[in-house]
Design a protein around this ligand. Sequence first.
Ligand code: CMP
Length: 139
Amino acid sequence: AIQRTFSIIKPDATKRNLTGAINAKIEAAGLRIIAQKRIRMTQAQAETFYGVHKDRPFFGELVEFMISEPVVVQVLEGENAIAKYRDVMGATNPEQADEGTIRKEFALSVGENSVHGSDAPETAAVEIAYFFSGLELVG
Ligand code: CMP
């Protein structure tokens, strides 16, 4: 089925001018970028967005990283978009990511891993609504 997923191009990637290179991989996989904006995430936004990880040892580091440089938030649409984008991203840890994936090519470490993608339809809906209004999604 046609799905929507939420994506973030993270600070390590925007800093290295990789937004276009990452978008090229997204589009080559058949996903459509139906919304996109470059923002500076606030600390409150980052803490809420990553709230499920608040008890993890890396939480503070993760929030600091996400507010350290601009990010690009996106909504991607396509057949099976959630799983498809996870395939395009590759494993969270770039050392375990498959050849040709975004993280294999661009990520620096498990923390500075260039992109985020939703893990399930319910989280995709929540994450999209957190950063975009319905009017901003142009399918
Ligand atoms: P993301 O998909 O954005 O969701 C949670 C993030 O936590 C994950 O990507 C990683 O970038 C980050 N993360 C996971 N494990 C670690 C870790 N051991 N150290 C730092 N960051 C981590």
